[in-house]
Design a protein around this ligand. Structure first.
Ligand SMILES: [Zn+2]
Ligand SMILES: [Zn+2]
Ligand SMILES: [Zn+2]
Ligand SMILES: [Zn+2]
Length: 261
């Protein structure tokens, strides 16, 4: 009998997994382990973005609000509004608006060809405040809101200004993505006709795409870029739009929207 890991003969004890036999010490090297307690998983487990979690460690009430990582009572942190976050997200949390953040997004929007013309007024709010401000139901996680003030007239909306609200305590990547998402709403509100072929779900899908494009160009850690890319799945965007723009770069997305708008 040969070990399925080291291929040496097995003399005494073995572990059988499916059709394969292993030395005990070889099995320990390849066994599925819980990413939290590091123990070998024998029973059922949960597959998360951050690795496998055994049943004993799984508790949806103490997952990081931002990145979704499973935490334990002794590794979790709480923000002032009771949101649970992890130590890693806590390293870069943003508590106030800096011009530097806004400049990063403006620079990429200029490159993509979607600079917002009217005034942007950005405020940081906590979770209860954000919920109170939202009038529409959201499918993803609510992280920000863009309220554009405009007067109706002609085919285009005449925009006065944009009030943007962003949740405080987001890690930098998620914060910049959210800021980009809301600023792209502002641009869409300035540039898309009432009777255009772009639906509300298309708009959300586009805002998430732009957020992920900003992060792809700016942040070296791809986690948040992928996060916004994947969260597009929450929206039922038009198939032709998705097919056309799924892998497009920021400037290609903007040119296509200008054509539809
Ligand atoms: Zn072996
Ligand atoms: Zn575990
Ligand atoms: Zn986290
Ligand atoms: Zn949105």
């Amino acid at each position: 009998m040969k070990c399925g890991y080291c291929f040496n003969p097995i003399i005494l004890y073995y572990v059988k997994v499916g059709e394969n036999y292993y030395h005990q010490e070889c099995y320990e090297k390849i066994a599925l382990r819980c990413s939290i307690c590091k123990e070998i998983i024998n029973g059922s487990y949960y597959e998360t973005k951050h690795g496998h979690v055994c049943e004993k460690c799984y508790d949806p009430k103490i997952c990081c609000f931002s990145c979704g990582r499973q935490l334990q009572q002794n590794t979790m942190l709480r923000l002032g509004d009771c949101r649970v976050i992890c130590a890693n997200c806590n390293l870069t949390t943003v508590y106030q608006i800096e011009n530097e953040h806004l400049d990063i997004i403006k620079k990429f929007f200029a490159l993509f060809g979607c600079s917002v013309k009217r005034g942007l007024f950005i405020q940081i709010v906590d979770y209860p405040q954000l919920c109170k401000l939202s009038t529409q139901k959201v499918r993803g996680t609510r992280l920000g809101i863009c309220k554009t003030i405009f007067c109706k007239g002609g085919n285009f909306k005449t925009v006065t200004k944009h009030d943007i609200f962003i949740l405080y305590g987001l890690p930098l990547g998620q914060y910049l993505g959210t800021l980009a998402h809301e600023m792209f709403h502002a641009w869409l509100n300035e540039n898309v006709r009432y009777n255009s072929r772009i639906s509300d779900d298309d708009m959300e899908w586009l805002c998430e795409s732009i957020a992920s494009e900003v992060l792809r160009n700016y942040i070296t850690d791809q986690f948040w870029c992928n996060y916004f890319r994947e969260s597009r799945e929450n929206y039922q965007a038009t198939t032709s739009l998705k097919n056309r723009l799924e892998f497009s770069h920021g400037s290609q997305i903007v040119s296509y929207v200008k054509m539809l708008a």
